[in-house]
Structures are given as C-alpha cells and as structure tokens.
Write a protein that binds this ligand. Structure first.
Ligand code: GLN
Length: 335
C-alpha cells in the first residue's frame, strides 16, 4: 500500500467515525435494508463484460457540500461509469470550446427515446442532447488533443478532479464495448454524414468507449455529484473540477434528459438533476446541498437501476429534495 492509500484510508476512517452516529446514516441504513431484498430487473448483458456484475451489489452514498460522506453497502465496489460519464464530458467540452460552438454540434432537447436510439434532430442534424449516446459521441468528438493518448489523459485528469483519486479505464470492458459497439458506430457514421463529427470518427468512438469504461465506485459517484451540487468544487478536496459558469448547462440537461425515456417521470416524482448508467448507477444532484449515488446493477426495461429509482424516490419524498417543493421544510436529517 502506498502513502496515498494510507492517507485515503485514514480520511475514510475519520469520516466514517463522524458519520457513524448520525441520524442520516441510520436513515440510509434503513433504506438500504428495505430495498436490499428487491430483486426485480436484469443485469445489462448487451456488453458481455457487464454481464459479470453481481445482481446483489448494492450501495447508497450521500455527500454533502460541506464534504461529509455517508456510505452504506458495497460503496467501494468498482464498476464502470457508463453513461454517468456523459454530463462530465459535456462540461469538459464546454470548457474547451464555449457554449456557442458546442451548441452547433449537440442540442439540449429531450428525446423521450431510448439511450441508444439512432436519431438526430431533423431540423438541425444535431444529436438531440449530450445525455443520449448520439450526443455523447458528438461530445467525445469535441475533446481536444493532438493525439488519442493526450485526449484520453485530459479526460482522466478531469475525472480525477471530480473524484479526488486516480482514474483508470477497465480494459476488458473497453474491449467488450469496442467489439460489440456497432450500434454506436452506426450513430457515429450518421453524424459523420452530416458533418457533426470530424473524420477521425474511430478515435472519437474509442474515447467514448473509454469514458464509459472508467472505473468508479459508489462513493466516487456521490463525490462527483456533490461537486456539481457545490458549483464545481469537489467538497472533499477543495479542488475545482469544472468552471462554475457551466454548472447550469450541465444540470439542466441532466434534469431534462438524464434518465432517458424515464426523464419526465423522474423530473416529476424525484425532481432533481440526475444521470443513470447501464452498469447500475444513478447520481442525483441537489444544488447547493448534496450529491447522491445509488449503485445496483439490476435494471428496468429503460436501462435504469430498479433499486436506484426506488431509493431516490423515497429519499426525495422523505427529505424534501424535489427542487420545486417550496412548502416543505428540509428534513432535520440534513442539518
Ligand atoms: N457504453 C454504453 C453504450 O454506449 C453506455 C450506455 C448507458 O450507460 N446507457 O451503450
């Protein structure tokens, strides 16, 4: 174990000791116990490596914007970030090119369609938004760098700022995505046809497959969500991960499109900007307050985690997190 790990372990221990007696932690434990036995849904298998996930993995993490971390269950189990990478990549593209240019390559309209649908906005030939595969591939194509390793390193550096720890790609998942990614390739070629992505499409697709194969755990994801909630500053390290001016851009597309064809129902019943991924994670951002992450690989037919949705619905209701809930006082569990 190197020094870095020692320090992380100590920090984790201190934060766990502080959190152990907290009512919020007790509450999260109860929520965890309630949904641990829910075994509806199916582990994603269209990317063969993802089918190796254990159906009973389950974790809930909350990170407050003051840096306090609350984690329950398999919070240190690594999994690949998948589509939860999309909002963060969108932020990086905005930083590199500015809002005006990015908006010529990817829109901000919800689709109401599945995450992998092969459609573009007919009026503009742009992908609808950066949260579906088409828009995410167009976003990956925007990431600057003179060669593929430079582009990948920029992406890894960005994720490190959000998580506060070393970022790495799961090579087996990357290979599996690349091997079976013909549908994403089809989306890419359609966009190439309309000049929405540059001719080095294979490199952009590789970067997209790599961003999806980034290894994270549930705690990392909650820290990343809390960083967005904290106006771009990672509350556990104090480091800025993204320029504050792009937080509204990121959170609004998460709010309208982060849950694919469940986005409307989610906005109604949970009411916070969110993003899910086919490895079973969901992140939610309560602006100014906290980040939530739930990890459970059992998915519903729309590709969202079944337990993840249930947990977030209950959390939002009981802690008064819905952003349009103006009458409810915030729960004292969050004091
Ligand atoms: N890598 C996956 C894909 O492109 C990501 C999809 C997802 O998480 N919804 O199909």
């Amino acid at each position: 174990m190197n020094k870095q790990d020692d320090r992380n372990d100590l920090e984790i221990l201190v934060s766990e000791m502080k959190a152990i007696k907290s009512p919020l932690r007790r509450y999260l434990n109860e929520l965890y116990a309630k949904y641990k036995t829910l075994d509806e849904g199916k582990v994603a298998d269209y990317i063969p490596e993802l089918a190796k996930a254990k159906p009973d993995w389950f974790s809930i993490c909350v990170v407050k914007t003051n840096g306090q971390v609350f984690e329950v269950g398999d919070s240190r189990q690594d999994f690949t970030i998948q589509s939860m990478s999309k909002p963060f990549m969108y932020g990086l593209a905005l930083e590199q090119h500015g809002r005006e240019f990015v908006s010529t390559k990817v829109g901000v309209e919800p689709t109401g369609e599945a995450f992998n649908s092969i459609i573009l906005d007919e009026a503009s030939n742009r992908p609808f938004n950066p949260m579906v595969n088409a828009g995410a591939i167009a976003t990956a194509a925007l990431i600057r760098g003179e060669d593929p390793p430079t582009r990948l390193n920029r992406v890894l550096d960005m994720f490190e700022r959000y998580t506060g720890r070393k970022a790495s790609v799961d090579i087996a998942v990357f290979a599996s995505e690349k091997q079976t990614g013909n549908r994403n390739r089809a989306i890419g070629y359609l966009m190439l046809n309309f000049g929405m992505v540059p001719p080095n499409l294979d490199e952009s697709l590789d970067l997209y497959f790599q961003q999806c194969s980034l290894l994270v755990n549930c705690r990392d994801m909650a820290v990343m969500a809390a960083t967005l909630a904290n106006n771009g500053i990672n509350p556990t390290t104090g480091q800025r991960a993204v320029e504050a001016q792009y937080i509204p851009d990121i959170l609004s597309v998460m709010y309208t499109s982060g849950m694919y064809n469940y986005a409307g129902q989610w906005a109604y019943s949970v009411g916070i900007p969110a993003k899910s991924g086919v490895s079973g994670g969901i992140i939610g951002v309560v602006p100014g307050k906290l980040g939530i992450a739930v990890f459970s690989p059992l998915l519903d037919s729309q590709g969202n985690s079944v337990r993840g949705i249930k947990v977030c619905e209950q959390l939002s209701r009981e802690l008064g997190l819905h952003i349009f809930n103006l009458s409810n006082q915030q729960s004292e569990l969050l004091d």
